[in-house]
Design a protein around this ligand. Structure first.
Ligand code: UDP
Length: 322
């Protein structure tokens, strides 16, 4: 039985579905602060639980035979983490410590963790490989780095097997249209562009056109959420023989303007834009060296064409279920 914390969230819910399709038994735990109960596949067992509440965690482990954990549950708004770091350090770091305590008390020693390229901070070179120095520039990124460091210490002391997956920009929605991305507030580029095209917003602001990139806008590595899900499943299988970190990205960089053009082509509609100042803390270029994921996990992203990724998100935007 696999416990998925944050199983009602965007990446968590897609991973729950993927694991079920692969034949795993899954418990999805979520406090539903940001998650959506409707996002949880009805083949999974759902448990309302909060990592800040040791009692609900203890019950979860007492009442279920858990073999391994995939840990998504976290707050993930970078801007909010700057405004209110306490919320992030408590929930993300203390929440993970609580989870680890419950795991070790129940002799569960395998965890796959939702980490982020934000742990690298301002890139010193691209593509970014796993040996790139980690120097996060906001509290959100620091919480994820701290957790990676905690895992390494827990492995030495308690034998905790762990794989931290450092995601680049998660994007797209389930190919069957049943689940998708639904954040409140929404801050991510692709859903905002598609909402604008769909008439729910007046325009999309492009945060900076004066970067040192071919079209002046920021370049990111957009990875389809189902490719993230498949990597979590492969990582689960690898935990017996490997602990460490692995980047998850396509290795392909796409600019903000290229995203907008691709979304216009996919939808057949135009997207009103406004040129706005740079957003604080946005590096010009972020894209992954993904060789380790391919070589170690045998992972291959199915989606390498940004229009195909956006097509799944556009399908969701037009038929959102939650
Ligand atoms: N971006 C933008 N306008 C928006 C939201 C995002 O120009 O309304 C840009 C942002 O500056 C970054 C890219 O789109 O270069 C992706 O941003 P997002 O917030 O989706 O992900 P992040 O890279 O911050 O994790």
């Amino acid at each position: 039985m696999i416990l998925v914390t944050g199983g009602a969230g965007y990446i968590g819910s897609h991973t729950v579905k993927y694991l079920l399709d692969e034949g795993f038994e899954v418990i999805a735990a979520d406090n539903l602060i940001y998650g959506h109960q409707k996002a949880i596949d009805n083949r999974a067992k759902f448990v309302l639980a909060d990592l800040m509440d040791m009692k609900s965690l203890k019950n979860l482990f007492d009442n279920n035979k858990i073999d391994a954990v995939i840990h998504f549950a976290a707050f993930a708004y970078v801007g909010e983490s700057v405004e209110n770091p306490e919320k992030y350090y408590y929930n993300n770091v203390v929440g993970t410590l609580n989870l680890l305590q419950a795991m070790l008390q129940h002799n569960v020693k395998k965890i796959v963790f939702s980490s982020t390229c934000a742990t690298y901070g301002e890139p010193q070179y691209t593509p970014i490989d796993e040996n790139h120095p980690q120097s996060p520039i906001n509290p959100y990124g620091r919480t994820k780095l701290m957790i990676e460091q905690i895992f390494a210490d827990y492995e030495k002391a308690y034998g905790l097997k762990h794989i931290a997956l450092r995601y680049f920009n998660a994007a797209g929605c389930s190919n069957d249209g049943r689940i998708g991305e639904s954040h409140t507030p929404e801050t991510h580029l692709i859903p905002l562009v598609l909402q604008t095209i769909n008439g729910k917003r007046d325009k999309i602001k492009i945060f900076g056109t004066d970067y040192d990139t071919p079209d002046g806008t920021c370049i990111r590595d957009y990875i389809h959420v189902e490719d993230l899900a498949s990597a979590h499943c492969l990582a689960l299988h690898k935990l017996d023989e490997y602990s460490g970190c692995i980047n998850l990205g396509t290795g392909i960089g796409t600019s903000v303007k290229e995203i907008i053009t691709a979304a216009e082509e996919v939808s057949g509609k135009s997207c009103p834009v406004e040129i706005a100042p740079r957003r604080a803390g946005d590096p010009a270029r972020l894209y992954a060296d993904n060789r380790k994921a391919k070589e170690l996990l045998g992972w291959h992203p199915k989606y390498t064409n940004i229009k195909e990724i956006i097509r799944t998100a556009w399908n969701w935007e037009q038929n959102k279920k939650y």
